[in-house]
Design a protein around this ligand. Structure first.
Ligand code: ZN
Length: 203
């Protein structure tokens, strides 16, 4: 069996969550690869999961999942939004690296989502390129509960944005194909800045 097929999506998810548990307990052991590990990595990469996360400096996937070089294929962009370039990177991970698991990882207190909410609710305009980014988040913000407090509404928006990104991936021809043949599992998750815990979303 090829190395990249050696782990199921369920095992990949369990491995991520176990890494987050070590991170929470202060028992992380990654980040210092041995010479042998570096030698092995020079032969190629076989990451067991793909992570689409936010660029926010507080949410480095390798740290919060206690993962080593070679473990994770990571795409980070403010607001964990899907663009053509991001979709291309995800497709590469899926088709060529055959990672069995794709996690869209949002986080508490996301500034990109906050900016999108300010545009939606108060008409605030951002600098041109930031506005492009914000515009790609706006469709995810329909249906927010106006009765919620601002912090609770931001938390709801962060979750909605993760679900929106997941749906956009699923709706692509490649996403539909890979779901249909069971080759990949897509999961949404939220990183809790305050606690360090990764919480999975139900769909
Ligand atoms: Zn963010």
């Amino acid at each position: 069996m090829d190395k990249q097929h050696a782990i199921s999506a369920e095992d990949a998810l369990r491995r991520l969550l176990e890494g987050n548990e070590r991170f929470l307990r202060g028992e992380a052991h990654a980040h210092t690869p041995t010479r042998q590990a570096l030698e092995d990595l020079s032969q190629g990469q076989h990451p067991f999961a793909t992570i689409l996360g936010c660029s926010d400096s507080r949410v480095p996937p390798e740290w919060i999942f206690d993962a080593e070089p070679g473990d994770l294929f990571v795409v980070r962009v403010a607001g964990n939004v899907l663009s053509a370039e991001v979709a291309g990177s995800l497709q590469y991970a899926g088709m060529h690296l055959q990672t069995p698991l794709l996690v869209v990882l949002g986080h508490e207190g996301c500034g990109a989502i906050q900016a999108a909410m300010e545009t939606k609710e108060r008409g605030t305009r951002q600098l041109s390129r930031i506005q492009l980014l914000v515009d790609s988040i706006l469709p995810a913000l329909d249906g927010l509960d106006p009765a919620l407090s601002p912090p609770a509404r931001l938390a709801q928006a962060v979750e909605n944005n993760v679900r929106w990104t997941l749906r956009s991936i699923l709706d692509s021809p490649e996403g539909r194909m890979r779901q249909a043949d069971g080759r990949v599992k897509l999961v949404g998750a939220i990183y809790e800045i305050r606690t360090g815990r990764v919480r999975l979303l139900d769909h």
